[in-house]
Design a protein. Structure first.
Lengths: 177, 385
């Protein structure tokens, strides 16, 4: 009977392989996720809870398995998101930089193709993202916004549920070979 | 070694963004190049998504409409009463009234110069209420312009890009506008709360404001022209210092799809060269024309004296005229005080030559006696004591 650590930790080199994507996907997918976030909640208000740019950041960082790559992906997507907000640039940039770095760092140790792990990581990074955004907005911009713990946990759960099929779709874009 | 390199890159990227953030907060300047590039890159995707949604929903609408027509056909066959049929037809007409047509009609009726815009996206801020519209610099949109619908005010333009603009909605916590109540004409400040209702602040607890009362823009903020509906009072309660008045913003009640951007407000032209050089708002309307201003300007035209522009100027002129009417010369030690309660507008203005100071006596001569015309003119309405 396999130990649970065998399912989570990388036990052979094949499972720890770096995934590569075409540059066009690395540009188009983040832009599309931001366009989705900007446009869709206008007509389907209930989809406003979706943080697709974050999920895309987590996915690409996990698949790259390179902390520097994850850092740069996170910073890029975060700054793009900042540019569409009415806040100074840098808040989402910093938070997503950290998300990208940690996601890429952790991906070296665990099997990121495992669905349960993907679900758990998405949940964790969503919570981390929301909590850290709240801290930065309060500390650096002095805005007294509320942090609704229950809502954040619930939205984290919903985002994780979306993350699993989304990651499977994005897996199709990986280069073979 | 690789671990330190990763950490070093992380620290550099975070530090760079921290510096960027600090620069923006400290200098209040924006990195418009990045914003402009992002909006330009995302706008086509957002428009494509919008078109795709429009097509799919259009198909669904037509399908549902077809089903409804079928049902209505069945029902109409059973209805023999002609009046009932006519009523139903009129009701259907009303419910299916085209929002765009209503907007166009409003646009024709209003004296302000406006441009119709379509909402194509929302802002991404954690607590922000901002939207993107499909009109930008090319359409003459400028930062600070008011955004309205026939139902009321919607927000103001905060960022302008070549083909799109960002509009800060009145529900955003950073939004504020001058408003005035319809019944008691009490001025207050409308503020966004980050949720569907907005707050009217700075109204004393003693002042009576009723639920259901309407608030309109006062024009004091020089963004919104005076007299635009802001919202209806939903809740009023006593606060610590000021009343807590919550409004349902009328401009957002029927959802947001099309809006009007006010290119030129109703009551003026943009002041030349007097706008702020840099600041959050660069398009500022001149102050609203009040009844007092009109009276003062009319009198100024009649007397040939240039019109006064500020409240301080008008107060100074009023005191000066009171002094002239009552024969008091300000600045003389021991001079009696005039009656400041009188209304100089109720008194015929004396001729400038009559009130001119007496000519200086030549050296060695005794000063001439004060002219008889220096006695105060009789006001038509004596001042109330």
């Amino acid at each position: 009977m396999p130990d649970i650590s065998d399912q989570i930790l990388i036990d052979n080199p094949r499972r720890g392989k770096i995934s590569k994507f075409r540059v066009v996907w690395l540009i188009f997918i983040p832009l599309a996720s931001i366009a989705f976030q900007v446009n869709i909640p206008l007509f389907f208000r209930h989809l406003g809870y979706l943080e697709l740019p974050l999920l895309v950041t987590v996915y690409f960082s996990l698949m790259q398995r390179n902390p520097i790559g994850g850092t740069l992906i996170g910073a890029g997507i975060g700054l793009l998101q900042d540019a569409l907000s009415n806040q100074p640039l840098g808040i989402f940039g910093m938070v997503k930089t950290l998300v990208g770095y940690f996601a890429a760092s952790i991906s070296v140790k665990i099997d990121v193709d495992n669905t349960t792990i993907r679900f758990g990581l998405s949940f964790f990074f969503f919570f981390f993202h929301q909590f850290f955004t709240w801290i930065l907005v309060r500390a650096l911009l002095g805005q007294a916004i509320d942090f609704d713990l229950v809502q954040t946990l619930l939205f984290g759960l919903l985002n994780s549920l979306v993350a699993v099929p989304l990651f499977l779709i994005l897996d199709k874009l990986r280069e073979r070979g | 070694m690789s671990r330190y390199r990763n950490l070093a890159v992380l620290v550099i990227v975070i530090a760079a963004q921290l510096v960027l953030l600090a620069y923006q907060v400290r200098t209040k300047e924006d990195v418009s190049l990045l914003r402009s590039a992002t909006v330009t890159a995302v706008s086509p995707l957002a428009k494509a998504l919008d078109n795709a949604r429009g097509s799919s929903l259009g198909f669904l609408d037509r399908y549902i409409l077809l089903l409804r027509v079928e049902q209505e056909n069945e029902r109409l066959k059973t209805e023999l009463d002609k009046m009932k049929l006519e009523n139903q037809f009129l009701r259907t007409e009303l419910t299916t009234a085209d929002r765009v047509r209503a907007l166009a009609m409003f646009q024709q009726q209003t004296r302000a110069k406006t441009v119709a815009a379509r909402i194509i996206g929302t802002g991404t801020g954690a607590n922000s209420k901002a939207v993107f519209v499909d009109r930008g610099m090319k359409d003459g949109v400028e930062r600070g312009m008011a955004v309205i619908t026939p139902d009321g005010i919607v927000g103001k333009v905060t960022f302008v890009y070549p083909a799109a603009s960002q509009v800060l909605l009145i529900t955003d916590p950073f939004f504020a506008a001058g408003v005035i109540s319809q019944k008691s004409r009490v001025p207050g400040t409308l503020k966004g709360l980050g949720r569907s209702q907005v707050l009217v602040d700075h109204i004393q607890n003693e002042i009576k404001v009723e639920e259901g009362e309407w608030f309109f823009t006062s024009g004091d903020d020089r963004v919104f022209a005076k007299g635009l509906p802001a919202g209806q009072v939903r809740t009023v309660r006593q606060g610590k210092e000021f009343k807590e008045i919550f409004l349902d913003p009328s401009g957002l009640q029927r959802g947001l799809e099309e809006v009007l951007i006010v290119l030129e407000g109703v009551h003026q032209a943009i002041p030349e060269g007097t706008g702020p050089a840099a600041g959050p708002v660069s398009f500022i309307l001149p102050p609203p024309e009040s009844a007092e201003t009109r009276v003062a300007e009319q009198k100024a035209l009649e007397s040939g004296i240039p019109a006064l522009s500020t409240d301080a100027d008008r107060l100074r002129e009023k005191i000066k005229r009171i002094g002239e009417i009552q024969g008091v010369r300000f600045g003389n030690a021991g001079a009696r005080l005039p009656n400041f309660n009188m209304d100089p507008n109720q008194v015929t203005r004396p001729q400038a030559s009559v009130l001119a100071p007496p000519p200086r006596p030549a050296e060695g001569q005794a000063p001439a006696p004060a002219p008889a015309t220096a006695t105060p003119a009789t006001p038509t309405n004596p001042p109330q004591q």
